[in-house]
Design a protein around this ligand. Structure first.
Ligand code: ATP
Ligand code: MG
Length: 315
């Protein structure tokens, strides 16, 4: 069973540059949450702060009740065993083959025998479709394979929390579909708490229980996916519709006057919605033969009741 992560009043800056401020959210135990946001809004910085790789200026990150921002290095080392992290660039060791890369956390953090390690590594490699590539070096394989190797490595310690930084970037649409199914199946099987950073709106619609959006140094919204997908917030609408017009600009943000001017010039077309962009796409379900944890019964009930979905959206 995953653990809850409770973030309160979190602020992070580098020198004079404030990355985000006063971020509060709770990742419910065992649920899947997605974090969206324009490039450069600090999503990767947020994930690194959750595992204690970066120290926030203010605020707390409670993992299973312990505030990790106040822990000493050796205590943090223990808490980190609860986490599996898939970094944005895969973060594999270039001189180690895939087998040794994936075995690394087991050799570093456990006293398991090499035969036990072999069993776990091959099981995870099979899970992500990498059997046969054990001897390959990271430089010899495709970007998609590197992502999957990073994912296998994030899984070997049976983590309570898994953080995925853009697991789908650089993958073709078919691979993204497989990856999404893999994520949903994994969550049902190991029941860990998941946080996924992605730019893929289709994935964000189908996979998570909760969605959050970072924009202009703030967490604009975080809550059940129904709430965000049907929200009228202009930033949310622009992001979900992939429109150029709106508060989000090329340099990440525009000033309010510029946005108003643009919207006035374009009239109604600037507010046009892509057909179906407010619809609640059905959730991706765990594949056949995978036992669903009890919370799936609640999800199934919620999905089956359209009137209730509206209530949640209005809440
Ligand atoms: N170690 C660091 N020192 C100084 N500045 C940093 C550091 N790490 C990140 N930043 C800055 O923090 C900001 C947010 O970076 P981050 O990588 O978290 O963005 P992101 O939302 O993950 O973007 P993308 O979607 O492109 O991956 C950037 O301006 C970046 O330059
Ligand atoms: Mg990033």
């Amino acid at each position: 069973m995953g653990v809850e992560i409770c973030v309160e009043g979190l602020t992070k800056s580098f020198g004079h540059q404030v990355i985000w401020q006063d971020v509060s959210l709770t990742l419910p135990a065992g649920e899947v949450s997605v974090l969206l946001g324009p490039s450069g809004t600090g999503k990767s910085v947020f994930l690194k702060t959750l595992v204690g790789l970066l120290k926030p200026d203010r605020g707390s990150v409670r993992v299973a009740g312990r505030d990790i921002t106040t822990l000493r290095e050796h205590e943090l080392y223990e808490v980190r065993k609860l986490f599996g992290v898939l970094f944005q660039d895969g973060a594999l060791f270039g001189s180690m083959n895939l087998y040794d890369n994936i075995a690394f956390p087991l050799r570093e953090h456990t006293r398991k025998s090499e035969s036990e390690i072999r069993r776990i590594v091959l099981e995870k490699m099979d899970m992500v479709g990498l059997i046969g590539a054990e001897e390959k070096l990271p430089g010899e394989i495709s970007g998609g394979m590197r992502k999957r190797a990073g994912l296998a490595r994030a899984l070997v310690l049976d983590p309570e929390v898994i953080l995925f930084d853009e697991p789908d970037s650089g993958l073709d649409p078919v691979r993204v579909a497989y990856l999404n199914q893999l994520i949903v199946d994994l969550n049902a099987q190991i029941d860990a708490t998941f946080l996924i950073v992605t730019h893929d709106i289709a994935s964000a619609r189908q996979v998570p229980d909760n969605i959050g959006l970072l924009f202009r140094r703030e967490l604009v919204m975080f809550g059940p996916r129904e709430k965000l997908l049907t929200s009228d917030e202009p930033v949310v609408r622009q992001f979900l519709n992939g429109r150029m017009q709106g508060p989000i600009g090329m340099a990440e943000e525009k000033d309010a006057a510029q946005v108003e001017q643009e919207l006035a010039q374009l009239g109604d077309s600037a507010r046009a919605e892509t057909p179906g962009s407010r619809e609640l796409t059905p959730r991706l379900l765990p594949g056949p033969g995978i036992t669903r944890p009890p919370r799936w019964q609640a999800i199934a009930r919620r999905e089956a009741e359209p009137h209730r979905r509206r209530e949640v959206a209005d809440a």
